[in-house]
Write a protein that binds this ligand. Structure first.
Ligand code: LLP
Length: 429
């Protein structure tokens, strides 16, 4: 693969190739071809990349590993997860229904959420969801009441989410393991043991294990070890089948970022469990989201306006923005930018890539390094947009959500169509 050194090719989907004349191909399809057929902005996902991450996760964690669907979900991805044989983690009734309507086996769904409603729980129980992860005393009370009415012969399978009281090294908004958190049962509260005992003494409920999740986009794995120490101390009194450590593995977004593989992450966690004396009969498993899909996709935009302000900076405006990628605005997340049709062009134009929304804060890349021959009409891409991009997309400023296209072996498959202007008004009465 040829490298023009502007974008580290390891940030791109795994089947990416650059031709002599600087055209990017993914899954054997040129980016231009996808754009000609589906327009911009468009999310292009490399199906081979996703399958290989799913396989890696299954290989190192086992088939009970669950894909964290909040990172990105659609019918077609549900089918790929189904074929891989692993589970899916959903965190709302909406994600749950999406997976059920896409034909996923309910017994392989793990249902999370810090405020599951009676309706969501009723549906989950009637679908026969494999595991409900109980997040609070209020939710336990709701489940106890519903369990009395449950007509199924099997008890409702549950896990309990523990908050271990440790701080993960990541952005404040995506930390979840600290005491001051809306999620889970504090491991040090007396009521947590009482909740466990209530589940254990209820024949309509089963407790298959415990869960904790310390945060997302984590590179310093020692936070997991700290959490594991505290959790091991708590769970040793209970006879459980599994301990789920949530998701959280960080992925590189920038040329300068380092990478930890899913395999090394699993090894670290399993070694940590061992060193904390967790019974080897307890299955240690996880819920990776970002690490499965983030690097599988790029977002491709068209450049519409280039504004040079003398002695200040150049703004490059594209036809999307904070509505298809709110992460820079929400978490100050950094991205790279490149021109998928001019991969080998030279020169360094340091510029700010912005969207088309009515906000100065609508920035996609603060200091992008683009070639000097950039022109209006060029395609511009940001890599590593496969997780928490489309899933967090909005219609702000009535901008329709992009199309999502999967590519593999020279074939394109539109898996989510572009929203139309009619779609934008469909809910209005
Ligand atoms: N399990 C639970 C209980 C979770 O809350 C999450 C993510 C995951 C698994 C998957 O974590 P991952 O492997 O993707 O880190 N919108 C933020 C990320 C929010 C993560 C929420 N929970 C972002 O764009 O960075």
């Amino acid at each position: 693969m040829k490298n023009n050194h502007r974008i580290n090719l390891s940030l791109l989907p795994s089947t990416s190739e650059v031709t002599e004349d600087g055209q990017l191909f993914i899954g054997g399809v040129s980016v231009s071809e996808v754009v000609n057929e589906f327009g911009t902005p468009v999310f292009i996902y490399d199906e081979t990349h996703i399958k290989s991450k799913l396989n890696e996760a299954k290989k190192v964690w086992g088939k009970n590993v669950a894909y964290g669907s909040k990172a990105f979900i659609c019918k077609y991805l549900v089918k790929l997860i189904d074929q891989s044989g692993i589970r899916i983690d959903v965190s709302t009734g909406g994600e749950l229904s999406h997976c059920i309507l896409s034909g996923f086996d309910p017994s392989r769904i793990v249902f999370h959420g810090n405020n599951k409603s009676v309706l969501e729980l009723t549906r989950a129980i009637s679908y026969g969801v494999g595991t409900i992860v109980i997040d609070s005393i209020d939710e336990l009370e709701r489940i106890e009441k519903l369990a009395v009415l449950n007509v199924k012969s099997e008890p409702i399978n549950t896990m309990l989410r523990l908050t271990p009281g440790i701080e993960a090294h990541t952005h404040e908004y995506v930390k979840t393991g600290q005491h001051d958190s809306k999620f889970g049962f504090s491991i040090f509260a007396e009521t947590t043991k009482q909740a466990v005992n209530r589940i254990l003494s209820n024949t309509a409920l089963k407790l298959s294990g415990f869960h904790f999740h310390i945060g997302s986009q984590i590179f310093k794995l020692d936070g997991y070890l700290e959490a594991m120490k505290v959790v091991a101390e708590f769970i040793k009194y209970y006879d459980i089948e599994e301990l789920v450590i949530g998701g959280g593995l960080g992925v590189p977004y920038l040329n300068s970022d380092s990478q930890i593989s899913i395999t090394d992450w699993a090894k670290y966690i399993k070694d940590a469990a061992k060193s904390c004396g967790i019974d080897s009969k307890v299955e240690i498993t996880a819920e990776p989201g970002r690490s499965i899909v983030a690097a599988a996709a790029i977002t491709v935009y068209t450049i519409g306006t280039i504004k040079k302000i003398d002695n200040i900076r150049t703004y490059v405006s594209v036809d999307g923005g904070m509505s298809d990628n709110p992460r820079p605005v929400l978490y100050s997340s950094g991205y790279e930018a490149f021109l998928p049709n001019k991969m080998n062009s030279i020169g360094n134009l340091i510029c700010r890539v912005v969207g088309k929304h009515c906000e100065s804060g609508d920035v996609l890349v603060n200091n992008a390094n683009l070639p000097e021959n950039i022109e209006v009409g060029d395609l511009l891409a940001t890599p590593v947009t496969g997780a928490y991009g489309y899933s967090m997309a909005s219609n702000y400023n009535k901008v329709p959500r992009p199309a999502v296209v999967f590519v593999e072996e020279g074939q394109t498959k539109e898996v989510i169509r572009r929203e139309t202007l009619e779609d934008l008004i469909r809910l209005d009465l």
